[in-house]
Design a protein around this ligand. Structure first.
Ligand code: SAM
Length: 289
């Protein structure tokens, strides 16, 4: 088959996040595809990134590079906090974040609030290495609900809140609202830390400005940290940071290393030194905050 025929024959998924630009993936095999009650969900095989999940045409997670994102979003707030017992994850239906949070021996309970049961069910079945049994951990409780309602209504309190959400489109849009941030503040314990995926700053710089503006009324320390995740195209991904614990963002790498070594688990991307460095931001991101 000639080259064009090959392309026409192979199904490809072209990401729809950015207008006029996007990465595409050969779809070697579709494991599952459905219009759920909330979004279009597909899980497919790609020879370079392994199994991939996309929601509403936007890449959410791949087997090959998920460890970067999940390690940086879980371990930075947890090692900065130092003694988080109760953790809330908003979104995170693939289970990767839950897996990483549960590696911290000091964590006594993790509540995960995911809007779409289908994402949890299909990721358990077709992306089993993401959760790696985390959903069955007795410390874990999965609640199927809209995260913005949960944080506005729960009487529970948490030491760390991780918003592992989609982009601010579709069901994920409310997770970038003032109402959501207000709700997160109300259910954080004293000294608690809030973090959220906040997009690829070079491509979505307005989201940095908007999040900084919307978080500021609720937290005395609002900033970002970053990591480059290959399939979140366009450069570094920024993670929003909100806390009243103003020393949390500048814990010495030596202290983080002590906590890391005491926790006693191995990572593939996160290091205490990278943790400290991740808060150093490019000037254009600083200007946008
Ligand atoms: N790593 C991905 C990223 O950075 O784009 C996010 C991964 S995770 C799959 C995103 C999850 O957020 C999905 O499971 C989606 O169903 C969930 N979600 C979207 N809107 C939500 C909401 N309002 N409340 C709770 N979960 C939500």
């Amino acid at each position: 088959m000639d080259f064009l025929g090959e392309i026409m024959e192979k199904r490809t998924l072209r990401e729809t996040l950015h207008s006029g630009y996007g990465q595409s993936f050969d779809v070697d095999q579709v494991f599952f595809e459905l219009d759920t009650d909330h979004q279009h969900l597909i899980i497919f095989e790609n020879e370079t990134f392994g199994r991939i999940m996309a929601l509403d045409g936007v890449i959410q997670t791949t087997e090959r590079d998920e460890f970067i994102y999940h390690e940086m979003m879980a371990h930075v707030p947890l090692f900065a906090h130092g003694d988080a017992k109760r953790v809330l994850i908003i979104g995170g239906g693939d289970g990767g974040m839950l897996r990483e949070v549960l590696r911290h021996p000091e964590v006594e309970s993790v509540t995960q609030v995911e809007i779409d049961q289908a994402v949890v069910d299909m990721c358990k079945e077709y992306l089993p290495n993401h959760s790696a049994g985390a959903f069955d951990d007795p410390k874990a409780t999965v609640v199927i609900a809209d995260g913005v309602d949960y944080v506005s209504e729960t009487s529970d309190k948490f030491d760390v809140i991780i918003s592992d959400c989609t982009d601010p489109i579709g069901p994920g849009e409310v997770l970038f609202s003032s109402r959501f941030y207000e709700g997160c503040k109300r259910c954080l314990n004293e000294g608690g830390i809030f973090v959220a995926q906040n997009g690829v700053s070079f491509m979505q710089i307005d989201e940095v400005s908007t999040t900084a503006k919307r978080l500021s009324p609720y937290f005395s320390d609002v900033s970002f940290y970053s990591a480059a995740v290959p399939t979140y195209v366009g450069g570094i991904m920024t993670f929003a940071w909100g806390t009243d614990n103003e020393s949390a963002r500048s814990v010495e790498a030596s202290v983080i290393r002590e906590r890391f070594e005491k926790a006693g688990f191995k990572t593939r991307f996160y290091t205490p030194e990278l943790h400290a460095a991740a808060f150093a931001l490019p000037q254009y991101v600083i200007d946008a905050i």
